[in-house]
Design a protein around this ligand. Sequence first.
Ligand code: TLP
Length: 345
Amino acid sequence: MDESYIDLRSDTVTKPTPAMREAMASADVGDDVYGEDPTVNRLQEMVASILGKEAALFVPSGVMANQIALKVHTQPGDEVIAESGSHIFNYETAAAAFISNVQIHTIEGKRGVLTADQIPGAVRSSVYYNPKTRLICLENTHNRAGGTIYPIEEIKRISGLARSMEISTHLDGARLWNAWMATGIHPKEYGQWFDSVSVCFSKGLGAPVGSAIAGSREFVDKARKVRKILGGGMRQAGILAAAGIYALQNNVERLRDDHQKARSFAEQLNSLPGFAIDMETVQTNIVIIDIAKTGKTPGEIIAGLRALHVLLSEMTHTTIRAVMHLGVSKAEVAKAVEVIKSSRS
Ligand code: TLP
């Protein structure tokens, strides 16, 4: 997208900065399918250590990270519990059915968050005709709910319950970095309650490509095999992993700026006629605007703003989304607010 657009469609739209490109260009590389890429190995060690896990695996995308976890944790015909607005259920092209042949049992949470008392009713009894409840997936922060943060106490309760019922747990932590910066709770503290955690470098952290999946050594050995089956075994991938290392070293703290931008954007637009923002969901870098009362569809609102060079994305039939990231300055966010206000007057 050319520079005249203010692109708030997603935090995935960031481009690597000159310094990140430099780190990529000078990365030491090897063949990662042989496990010989020193930069990939270094990134994997960093991620495992940040998440307090035995090992981690570098993968091309967040979807692949989540889907590898589903494949490793389940058997065909199993059931996976996930929140109804979760990325795994809504935005991964039914990959859970396609790849793992599992069924997702959705439960509606409040602002994306499930509580432990909702879990037992969704776990299947062991009658022979029931599917086996094998895995619980949580998402922190929760994208569709507006970047909301999972309370650590609730995570603890759900995890305790899952362990007592021998159900595995996976965290879609594509934006766990945002939760970390917003709460001060370290990824390790979140990570300890899950059997596997996926994280992304290509969202708020600004890397062009790359995610990782972390867990026990045994889990990661199995994950490596699934990654290969899915065609995700990359060769001199250190050139990409270097961007992830750079991002972890330089772009985590600055996520707080994105959170401020989101807050200010939401506060200014909340009072616009026809726009409604649940301010309690504005906890990190995402703003969801309910436009139902404008009488227009998300597509119409988005097309109108696109003509004015402000890009937002469609989230549901009645909501649009703005996401803050390192590619938009405070001044550009202010400009976007002005453009949106003038489009509504
Ligand atoms: N989310 C994308 C779209 O797919 C909606 C976005 O623009 O936000 N988990 C979560 C919570 C995500 O938000 C995403 C991407 C993924 C996983 C998948 O990551 P990628 O796109 O790298 O495969």
